[in-house]
Design a protein around this ligand. Structure first.
Ligand code: NAD
Length: 297
């Protein structure tokens, strides 16, 4: 007996297309879009993510600067740095890498970033814009998921979407983007009862939890599109650590299409950050020099 397996929705080609489109737009600008990333402390995952983002920006023809601050940096110093970046016309995008050390209030820092330079889309004003269905700088992972679906020609309008996870970084903004794209959206979370009954309703199922293999084949409607946002480090039987998603590999026998981990949503997140930086630069230039900077995408 042969078992059908899902189409693999690979991230790298979709990410390359998104970056090429952004670089094409940047080429028409009178300046090179400049992304500034601020990292506080030495969290190994953050160090690696920031290095990857800065390298990809450089490889894509954008300018990037990293400010690496010590773990003990006072909140007031971080806010002063953000204020100086806000007022610097040479800076188009500002990203403060999360999580921040416990003594710093993340919400206060995110709210201090100029919304026009908020390439992570986490300023309250940009969250409000997203939820009112207006074009805005949207958080990179959710916007990257939408770009991935668009790249592979997967229709969204009118379809039932179930999102597992309601974080401010992924689940909530993704719900807003799907709603703006005319999907019927359900958001589930750690207190959802009988999760499988809800997930089986999905035409498009998104897992954004951080629990290895939480989504098993019995939770997926045959033919559904499954997007795995989760990144989990697990130790295999050979004793080696590897990355795996929130979706059990056997879901490939039920779903029509599935994103791999690694190599699925991850590259889209970085590509979307660069696209947001170009969009922010266009918008700022349109305010000062009349270069078209519409935020529609
Ligand atoms: P989070 O911890 O902030 O949120 C997790 C969410 O999952 C919460 O809303 C919680 O209610 C829900 N949840 C927890 N247990 C559950 C359960 N048993 N059933 C249903 N829901 C449950 O995490 P996050 O920042 O949203 O990240 C989620 C995952 O996505 C993590 O693995 C993270 O590493 C990954 N991630 C990947 C990218 C990427 O670029 N690929 C970007 C951001 C996050």
């Amino acid at each position: 007996m042969t078992v059908d397996t899902a189409t693999v929705l690979a991230g790298p080609p979709a990410a390359a297309a998104l970056i090429a489109s952004a670089a094409g737009q940047a080429a028409h600008l009178p300046v090179v879009p400049h992304l500034v990333i601020v990292r506080v402390g030495e969290d190994p995952a953050s160090v690696s993510y920031v290095r990857g983002k800065a390298k990809k920006a450089g490889d894509s023809g954008l300018r990037s600067t990293v400010h690496a601050l010590s773990e003990t940096t006072p909140q007031s110093d971080l806010l002063s740095l953000v204020a100086s970046l806000n007022s610097d016309p040479d800076v188009h995008g500002i990203l403060v890498q999360l999580p921040l050390p416990g003594h710093i209030a993340e919400a206060a820092v995110l709210a201090a970033i100029d919304p026009d330079k908020d390439v992570d889309g986490l300023h309250p004003m940009n969250i409000g814009q997203l939820w009112s269905g207006r074009p805005t700088l949207a958080p990179c992972t959710p916007a990257g998921v939408m770009a991935l679906l668009a790249h592979y020609g997967i229709p969204v309008a009118g379809r039932r979407v179930v999102i597992v996870g309601r974080s401010q970084l992924v689940g909530r903004p993704l719900a807003g983007l799907f709603l703006a794209a005319d999907a019927t959206v359900t958001v589930t979370h750690s207190r959802t009862r009988d999760l499988g009954t809800v997930t089986r309703e999905a035409d498009i199922l998104v897992a954004a939890v951080g629990r290895a293999h939480l989504i098993t084949p019995d939770m997926v409607r045959p033919g559904a599109v499954v997007i795995d946002v989760g990144i989990n480090r697990v130790v295999g039987e050979d004793g080696k650590a590897r990355l795996t998603g929130d979706v059990h590999p056997d879901v490939a026998t039920v779903a029509s299409a599935l994103t791999p981990v690694p190599g699925g949503v991850g590259p889209m997140t970085v590509a979307q950050l660069l696209a947001n930086t170009v969009q922010a630069a266009r918008q700022q230039l349109s305010q000062t020099s009349g270069v078209p900077g519409d935020l529609v995408r």
